[in-house]
Write a protein that binds this ligand. Structure first.
Ligand SMILES: [Cu+2]
Length: 734
């Protein structure tokens, strides 16, 4: 298959045809986002074939333009996004915007264990009448687990909003560490100062602003995350994509399911949802319960440590949170519902000076007791696409995935970042809808330079790994790296380079050599240099940070029996048995549990129910060679036991804990997890968000045997006037 983007030098006629086809496709996305057609309709009309391509259609559907516009290969291609003459590396990269942590007493109304069912008038566009102010499902099942035991020690309050200029940008670092950006200047929503400002309806983000947000949290200090939905009540005020209902997933938070952002527990405009993130080590209620192990600890705010219960080998660091709205995750995340969460601990406290025998002293800074960001930089990567007017848009090329042609870091098109001549930590997150990256570091002459990978997903590795290129990085994966700029000279420039070439959204087409990626010959516009490092000065203070040879060894599971082995097969040609249009999705993609047929997502159906307190082995199998799937399992960290059946195939950088598992074409991954501490309904799905929305998702539930969790849990059916419940269905032996 040819590349989905037309080359720049395509003829005017080809560009015109492709533009017309693009507009027709965006019309489909719009109708879908407004709820005027369903995915089921699109399938019925033949818009998806089993191969996932847009197909010619008959007279049944309202999109009359499509059939005539589709005549050859160009019709599935798209015109390049206009860059209005903007050159790369001409704008500074903004550091992430830190959301303020406030006293819980600042919240009105005060948060509570059970959902707040106080009634308010509902907008007539949402059916009128009255509905609860909090969108969390009511009752005991959705009450915060162990609320009295874990009263929140801080809160973060934010509102999902249409795009607006940021007058409260707080990077928590001096301007000299933020490439000279003056946060008081006000930052409009745009990919570059010379690109058009985005319309409020084109971008929806936390507080409606850019740069992307960061929340800082620490173990032992439960956080209350109050998320307001400030999106338009009119579902059509969305710029043609994105749904105004949201559910916020703290990606691999070890929290009760009521705080996980379950795909069916979404809330409506004008409502809020209180997410309670207790931030405890896994094993909190079964290991080190007396908190006697100093390695399991958290910064006390004054240079010391407070011990916390649980297994310190489960300490996590780089998280993120994003929308998980059923069927609309790809659109909403792409639109801007994405932020990062750095979790600090005694081991990884974000202070490089404190020398207490626990602190790993990773590059960060030293002014504050914990959470210094001076030399600890969050990088959110995403490929974007713009329409003729320069407005962000979303397209269904096909159900294999969505590719943008404009590379962004922290929402900025190919920026530069000024650094000192010392070590930096970068927390790289892939927030693309479908695209994989493969990141390498090039010096001025184009030679690959060493990168030290220290973490994979939320977890510091047992030992650092030095690489000349990182592995392919799927959507939602986080790779934390250290770059030592002291190996270079002041005034030198280096670049992060993407080596991974796509032809479509299904999987990487190939990984290029550095020379090939830098040559400009790739038809994929997102290949090549995307972030420029400018070494501007010697460090302000001597660099005392370290990258220790031993970081976090894996939890020892050798004494824990395997209660059950399960198999999940990910592929196409799936069926939908569910009849409820609220809980059932349609699409080519699905998951089977072992030898059963593949099923489309139905969040009312329970496909697995591991027993509380046990350990299981899960085999994740990709049954096709023409696509890859980055599979995310919520709630519990896993260890990879084997790739394609062999432990020897597990690379060094995957020998820690993970929460996203790239299966690779025709590949399989065997993992092991324990199910501990909290209960409720969770998910397992492909994190190619287009696959996820095309029904590659299932619900699993922790079977508490009646205590302390109800079983099976009722399925929430949200409405603006309140959440109702239905009995779940089951897939054979769960
Ligand atoms: Cu997938």
């Amino acid at each position: 298959m040819s590349n989905i983007y037309l080359p720049w030098n395509a003829s005017k006629a080809r560009q015109r045809d492709a533009e017309r086809a693009r507009q027709n496709r965006t019309e489909i996305v719009r109708e879908l986002s407004w709820g005027r057609v369903s995915r089921r309709d699109l399938i019925k009309w033949g818009l998806f074939t089993s191969a996932g391509m847009l197909a010619p259609i008959g007279g049944l559907n309202p999109f009359v333009g499509i059939a005539s516009a589709r005549s050859d290969d160009d019709e599935t291609r798209t015109p390049r996004s206009p860059l209005f003459g903007v050159k790369p590396f001409t704008q500074p990269m903004p550091r992430v915007d830190v959301l303020p942590r406030n006293a819980v007493s600042s919240l009105t109304p005060y948060p509570q264990a059970y959902a707040n069912e106080t009634l308010m008038p509902v907008d007539r566009l949402l059916g009128g009448g009255y509905g609860p102010i909090e969108g969390r499902p009511p009752g005991s099942v959705w009450a915060h687990q162990r609320w009295d035991e874990f009263p929140p020690g801080a809160c973060v309050e934010t509102t999902q909003s249409p795009g607006t200029t940021n007058y409260r940008y707080d990077p928590q670092v001096a301007s000299s560490l933020n490439s000279g950006i003056d946060p008081a200047q006000g930052m409009p929503v745009r990919f570059h100062p010379s690109l058009p400002n985005q319309n409020p309806s084109s971008v929806w983000t936390f507080n409606g602003t850019i740069p992307p947000k960061l929340v800082q949290a620490r173990y032992g200090e439960p956080l209350l995350f109050r998320h307001h939905n400030g999106l338009p009540a009119d579902v059509r005020q969305n710029g043609g994509f994105g749904r105004h209902t949201i559910s916020t997933h703290e990606h691999n938070g070890h929290h009760g399911a009521e705080n996980d952002g379950f795909t069916g527990a979404y809330f409506f405009p004008n409502q809020f949802y209180d997410y309670h993130w207790p931030i405890v080590l896994a094993g909190r209620f079964s290991m080190n319960t007396g908190a006697t192990d100093r390695m399991a600890s958290t910064p006390d705010g004054g240079g010391g440590l407070i011990n916390v219960p649980g297994d310190w080998h489960e300490t996590m660091s780089s998280h993120w949170f994003h929308d998980h709205m059923f069927g609309f995750t790809s659109q909403n995340v792409y639109k801007g519902n994405v932020a990062m969460l750095n979790i600090y601990s005694g081991l990884d406290r974000g202070n490089e000076e404190i020398d207490d025998g626990v602190n790993l002293r990773l590059p960060s800074g030293s002014a504050k007791d914990w959470g210094n960001l001076d030399y600890d930089v969050n990088l959110l990567l995403a490929d974007k696409a713009m329409d003729r007017d320069g407005q962000q848009y979303f397209d269904i090329f096909n159900s294999e995935g969505f590719l943008g042609d404009v590379m962004t870091t922290n929402f900025a098109y190919n920026p530069y970042f000024e650094v000192e001549r010392r070590k930096y930590r970068f927390r790289i997150l892939n927030t693309s809808a479908s695209r994989f990256f493969k990141v390498a570091l090039a010096n001025a002459s184009g030679a690959a330079q060493p990168i030290i990978q220290i973490a994979n997903d939320g977890n510091l590795l047992p030992a650092p790994v030095t690489l000349l290129a990182l592995d392919e990085q799927g959507t939602a994966e986080r790779y934390d790296i250290v770059i030592d700029f002291s190996n270079y000279l002041v005034n030198e420039k280096l670049h992060l380079v993407n080596l991974c070439e796509h032809e479509d959204g299904a999987m990487p087409a190939k990984d290029l050599s550095m020379a090939r990626a830098l040559s400009g010959s790739s038809p994929d516009p997102c290949v090549g240099r995307f972030l420029e490092f400018r070494i501007v000065r010697e460090p302000a203070k001597p660099d005392v940070s370290r990258v220790p040879g031993v970081m976090i060894p894996n939890p020892d599971l050798s004494q824990i029996p395997v209660a059950r082995v399960r198999t999940f097969v990910f592929g196409d040609g799936a069926d939908q048995k569910g009849r409820n249009p609220i809980t059932a999705l349609f699409g080519p993609w699905g998951i089977s549990t072992g030898d059963s047929e593949k099923l489309n997502a139905d969040y009312g159906r329970i496909s697995a129910a591991p027993r509380f307190g046990t350990r299981e082995v899960w085999r994740l199998i990709n049954d096709g060679g023409n696509w890859d799937h980055p599979i995310h399992i919520h709630f519990e960290e896993g260890q990879i036991l084997a790739r394609n059946g062999s432990a020897a195939n597990v690379p060094k950088w995957e020998r820690g804990r993970k929460d996203v598992y790239r299966l690779r074409p025709d590949g399989s991954v065997t993992i092991t997890m324990q199910f501990r501490d909290w209960g409720g309904m969770f998910m397992e799905h492909c994190h190619n968000t287009v696959h996820e929305d095309s029904a590659m998702l299932l619900r699993w539930e922790i079977n508490g045997g009646g205590e302390p969790f109800l079983r099976p849990l009722p399925t929430p059916i949200p409405t603006p006037q309140g959440v109702t419940f239905e009995d779940p269905t089951f897939e054979k032996r769960t």
